[in-house]
Design a protein around this ligand. Structure first.
Ligand code: ADP
Ligand code: MG
Length: 377
């Protein structure tokens, strides 16, 4: 942990510098001295016994991060509400914690490919390398991973093994591999194939969710690697549907089936009758990073726009994407460089149904593909 925070002292100079800088992460913006005073001795009532110091550690250590704070358990969001609510509203522009998200139906009902009303253009289709849509989910019976223990991480992995065993014989069935036992060759092949998290991101480590690495971390995938689950990366589970090409509807449809199968499986394994995934009455899915709360969904395509990358660069592409409720990422995911492909995905996660977030992504990709076509070689 950062040295002042480790002593539960406000890192006043660093925070003042962060607030004066051109870019201020949300943690620095909203953890003012007054907020710190209010909460410095608060411990969340959930299993993580979360503190303000732990919540903002990423932002203090890495002020260039975008959000810079994490929740350690479901209770953190409400029990540090004067800090987390403004962060949530600042990230999810237009969303109000007072009003809440008010989405109709369940997540699986909203993940209906027939409800997507726009299509990828032929030009966009021809430039798409692959499509991936994921949702982040956390299990209601465990602390969020920044506040997890070695035991909680291992218990989650063991329980998920049971869930995956239950999928055997179905189209979603496959194998679960633990980071602690997979071979280096297998790990690298999965990373290169974009199916696996790297686990060595400094910003993510500062949140606490890499603690006790590699225990309890793993990846499940079917033989085609089109249905993938990450276990205990940041959130407990990332449910992922992906395939080569631009068939967004097929990817979305598999995600809907997969999400339901995992939820049913967890219910069977744990015997929990009510909510198996952490859900907040105001915003929906609870995730450890405030950027993912709500639907927890990020739908992306990897797209080849070499002329555009050369002509205007990554930052301008990201800016144009953000004007269209999307964002750009590098070729190997968040915080990675653009090698050849660029990752375009929805940026909003909250207050809009999942199919509409997919539409955001489709519209943005159509725009960028047309711009690539209009860019001289
Ligand atoms: P997440 O939001 O799921 O955490 P990251 O940005 O961390 O996503 O990326 C995770 C992995 O998924 C990376 O290997 C990234 O390259 C891969 N990925 C993301 N989108 C796509 C896509 N459309 N096709 C193939 N791989 C993808
Ligand atoms: Mg990520």
């Amino acid at each position: 942990m950062e040295e002042s925070l480790a002593k539960n002292e406000y890192p006043a100079e660093k925070m003042a510098a962060a607030r004066a800088a051109k870019h201020t992460c949300l943690a620095a913006k909203f953890c003012t001295p007054a907020i710190w005073e209010k909460y410095k001795n608060t411990k969340s009532s959930g299993p993580a016994k979360w503190t303000m110091a732990r919540a903002i550690n990423t932002g203090v250590m890495y002020p260039h991060s975008f959000v810079g704070c994490h929740a350690g358990d479901r209770e953190s969001y409400d029990e540090f509400s004067d800090f987390f609510y403004p962060v949530i509203e600042a990230y999810h522009k237009g969303f109000s914690m007072e009003v809440g998200s008010k989405l109709a139906g369940t997540a699986s009902e909203r993940m209906d490919p027939e409800r997507i009303r726009v299509q990828l253009s032929a030009s966009a289709q021809s430039k798409i390398v692959s499509t991936r849509i994921r949702i982040a989910r956390n299990l209601s019976m465990f602390p969020l991973n920044p506040g997890g223990t070695k035991e909680s991480r291992e218990q989650i992995a063991a329980m998920m093994q049971g869930v995956y065993d239950g999928l055997a014989g179905t189209e979603l069935g496959g194998q679960f591999f633990l980071h602690s036992t997979m071979s280096d060759e297998q790990r690298q092949a999965l990373i290169d194939g974009h199916q696996l998290f790297r686990g060595c991101d400094a910003m993510q480590a500062a949140s606490g969710y890499h603690e006790h690495w590699p225990y309890g971390r793993g990846v499940f995938h079917n033989p085609d690697k089109t249905f993938v689950n990450w276990v205990n990366e940041g959130d407990h589970i990332r449910i992922i549907s992906m395939q080569n090409g631009g068939d967004v509807k097929a990817v979305f449809s598999r995600l809907a089936k997969g999400a339901k199968a995992i939820e049913d499986g967890v219910r069977r394994q744990t015997g929990v009758q009510g909510e198996v995934f952490m859900m907040h009455p105001k915003f929906g899915a609870v995730t450890c990073c405030p950027s993912n709360i709500g639907t927890g969904m990020r739908g992306s395509v990897h797209i080849l726009v070499p002329k555009l990358i050369k002509a205007v660069g990554f930052d301008s592409i990201d800016k144009m994407a953000r004007e269209r409720m999307c964002q750009a990422r590098g070729s190997s995911g968040e915080h990675s460089a653009v090698v050849d492909r660029i990752d375009i995905s929805n940026w909003r996660r909250i207050g809009y149904p999942e199919f509409e977030l997919v539409e955001d992504m489709i519209k943005c990709v159509n725009f960028l593909a047309a711009l690539e076509d209009a860019t001289p070689a």
